[in-house]
Design a protein around this ligand. Structure first.
Ligand code: GCV
Length: 724
């Protein structure tokens, strides 16, 4: 009796264990190293790599070697014991330039001229009749990036028989911004709580911290701002700095520097000063000493990220000073340690009645050239706030004497949270490819960001993280693609979103073309789909207020006008849209003349941006010969139809995807469909009050009344503090 019980217990445990092994909870992200099933591919790899060897003993090289071992043992199903400095045949060799033999160095001389300090070379070399693949770089971090990229070749089943890959990042600072609070809530976070367990740090190092660093390094991210820009000064106290140091120690072997957000009033809150005036000597000294204290603990600390005089955050203007005074004071404190200050340009004031879209440009452009060399201005991709579609921010290209970095939002605050499948690299690509015309045709935003347009030494890009402690990190399995895609574009802002989707799908799910082709198509379309069912034709910021979940075009009762959706859509009997032309707020004049003219004229303004720049009559005829009202309604319907199509496409994919992730995506697409219909019906019913027109026959009749939609309340929608 006892034996039987024991036996069944053992069998159950074994079963649970094996199910756990087989289960795909998404934790491994795109670093899935399952054994390659294609025999031809596998045999090519096994005959090309017989041994692994390396040179160097830094913690970065150790990280590269252990990733190669992990990857090869999984993908090829064979253990490789790495030898130091072996030179047998069919070798995979890893080591930085200074570790290479004379012959190898000679062989790679020209290639090294093509890479920068973080770049890598992966090359097949035949020396004295012996074949080897060499993964190298000028520094160890280049070797680590090379190792991840080599594994990606295997994951995506590329031939490795004659390799010659030379690649370098085009942007210096490639970072994630976590809007994580010290109580572990995440502002605009939809994937659980913060990864950083401040309570158990610094003594407890969660495996997640290491896997977070691996994932980031695999796509070339080299920085992380750990804390919310709506900052808490406590992070700068010794108690918390010890915890930051612990994280910095974990991330260092993966080439990732830590940054924290600096609350401008910290000298008062934790320093016992009576002012935070940036020109006050005591304040300057306080920051100087605080910075010294930080660098003593974390010698490679990256620097500060600052949100000042924005949405209630303190800043230099509280003392009659300006952004230059504030940023330069902090820049002087970090300069001796090669630190940088990322000063955000996301500002708009309750005392300024001009169009919110104009305020950042007006406030910052006059300061062009006045910031210290180690200050970089962090600018959101558009002038309002991470909308499903915004024209590029007019500041890009308008401050030739100041480094500007891009801020994209990876977390889907305005794009359906982590329940909607939206592939954001498509949005990023649109912005990066936009032409500012600041130095004639071809002056793209990408060229501003990578510094080539104005010969900038300091370059950067930040993505507001969509990561939390959900088992799969991002909530929606496809939201992982947005983290991945951000990293890839940060490395190379000229990459195509399609290439990135292809790579990600192969690494994350399957190499089967019957899966890749339809799902890639679905991903590429998904951004336009969300624009259509939320904010078509240039509409913007009509989400319900506070949490930004679902539609709320009717909201008009908030204290600040620009917090109300009615401010943005201006719907009335005459039409809809924000007049930002010369007859309106004249925001168009903040662009280079070629772009200003294009946007200013209703005939040349791209229809996708029409209502961003123009207040347009309901009867205005668009290029397809239909009225504006019909176009708006049809776009909402198209959005819904496309989600239906996404859902049907996904439902035919069960043979290519593990059960867990298949079901997750299936359920999430059902939610997305429900919410797309909600958006369509609520917005059309609301706008119809002004247009007073029938819905075109293609548009489904709403199942609820406008009053019903207006009555919906979500006090506990994720991403905000309930008291807000
Ligand atoms: C961190 C928007 C968001 C805020 C965010 C702010 C910012 O307003 O709704 O949650 O605050 O942008 O970028 O600073």
């Amino acid at each position: 009796m006892r034996l039987t019980y024991k036996r069944s217990l053992i069998i159950t445990l074994l079963l649970i264990f094996s199910i756990k092994l087989l289960a795909k909870d998404g934790y491994n992200l795109w670093l899935q190293y399952d054994k390659i099933k294609n025999e031809n591919v596998l045999s090519e790899y096994l005959s090309t790599i017989k041994e692994v060897s390396y040179s160097g003993d830094s913690e970065i090289i150790n990280a590269a070697i252990s990733e190669i071992q992990l990857g090869l043992s999984g993908l090829l199903g064979k253990e490789f014991i790495s030898q130091k400095n072996s030179d047998s045949n069919n070798l995979l060799f890893l080591g930085s330039k200074e570790r290479l033999s004379k012959n190898l160095t000679k062989n790679l001389e020209d290639d090294f001229k093509l890479i920068n300090n973080e770049g890598y070379i992966i090359k097949t070399i035949n020396l004295k009749g012996k074949n080897s693949i060499v993964i190298t770089g000028k520094t160890d971090i280049g070797v680590l990036y090379g190792a991840f990229n080599f594994l990606k070749l295997l994951q995506t089943q590329k031939s490795i028989s004659q390799l010659n890959i030379i690649d370098s990042p085009k942007i210096d600072v490639r970072m994630l911004n976590h809007w994580d609070n010290l109580d572990r809530t995440v502002e605009r976070g939809y994937a659980g709580f913060s990864l950083w367990n401040w309570h158990t740090l610094p003594d407890y190092i969660d495996q997640r911290y290491i896997d977070y660093a691996r994932a980031n390094a695999s796509i070339g991210i080299n920085g992380t701002a750990l804390t919310n820009v709506n900052a808490n000064a406590l992070i700068l106290t010794p108690q918390y700095l010890e915890k930051v140091k612990a994280l910095a120690d974990v991330f260092r072997p993966y080439g990732i520097k830590v940054y924290v957000t600096a609350r401008f009033s910290a000298p008062i809150e934790i320093g016992n000063l009576t002012t935070a005036d940036p020109l006050n000597e005591d304040v300057k000294n306080w920051w100087k000493h605080k910075t010294e204290e930080i660098y003593k603990l974390i010698p490679d600390f990256g620097g500060f990220l600052v949100k000042a005089n924005s949405e209630g955050q303190p800043g230099p203007q509280n003392y009659g000073r300006n952004h230059v005074d504030g940023a330069n004071m902090l820049a002087d404190a970090v300069a001796p340690f090669d630190g940088i200050v990322m000063w955000r340009a996301f500002v708009y004031s309750e005392h300024d009645t001009t169009d919110r879209a104009k305020q950042a440009y007006s406030e910052f452009v006059p300061y062009d050239g006045k910031f210290r060399d180690n200050v970089i201005i962090q600018v959101k991709n558009g002038a309002i706030d991470f909308q499903p579609r915004e024209p590029f921010h007019p500041m890009f290209g308008a401050m030739p004497n100041t480094p500007l970095m891009m801020e994209f939002q990876i977390t889907q605050e305005y794009l359906g949270f982590s329940t909607h499948l939206v592939y954001l690299p498509k949005l990023y690509e649109e912005v990066l490819e936009a032409d500012t015309y600041r130095k004639g045709k071809g002056s793209t935003v990408a060229k501003v960001i990578d510094g080539t347009l104005n010969h900038k030494k300091l370059t950067g890009i930040a993505g507001v993280s969509n990561i939390g402690n959900d088992i799969n990190w991002t909530g929606h399995p496809f939201a992982q693609a947005n983290w991945y895609g951000f990293g890839r574009l940060a490395w190379n802002p000229y990459l195509k979103s399609e290439t990135i989707a292809d790579e990600w799908l192969r690494c994350t799910f399957s190499n089967d073309k019957n899966f890749i082709q339809p799902i890639k198509e679905m991903m590429l379309k998904s951004r336009e789909t969300v624009v259509n069912y939320m904010t078509p034709l240039g509409l913007h910021h009509i989400m319900d207020t506070g949490h930004h979940y679902g539609p709320g075009p009717w909201v008009s009762n908030l204290s600040r006008p620009e917090w109300n959706p009615v401010y943005y859509h201006n719907a009335d009997e005459n039409g809809i849209g924000f007049n930002r032309t010369s007859t309106g707020s004249y925001a168009t004049e903040q662009y280079a003349p070629e772009i200003a003219e294009m946007y200013n004229n209703i005939e040349t303004c791209p229809e996708k941006d029409l209502l961003w720049f123009h207040h347009v009559s309901w009867d205005y005829t668009l290029k397809n010969g239909k009225t504006l009202w019909d176009n708006i309604a049809l776009k909402y319907q198209e959005g819904v139809n496309d989600v239906e199509y996404m859902s049907t496409t996904w439902n035919t994919m069960q043979n290519y995807v593990d059960k867990e992730r298949f079901n997750q995506v299936k359920m999430l697409l059902n939610i997305q469909l429900k919410e797309a219909k909600w958006w369509r019906d609520a917005c059309l019913l609301y706008f119809q009050q002004f247009s007073k027109k029938e819905l075109p026959i293609e548009v489904k009749k709403p199942e609820h009344t406008l009053e019903y939609f207006q009555s919906l309340k979500f006090p506990y929608a994720p991403g905000i503090k309930p008291q807000w």
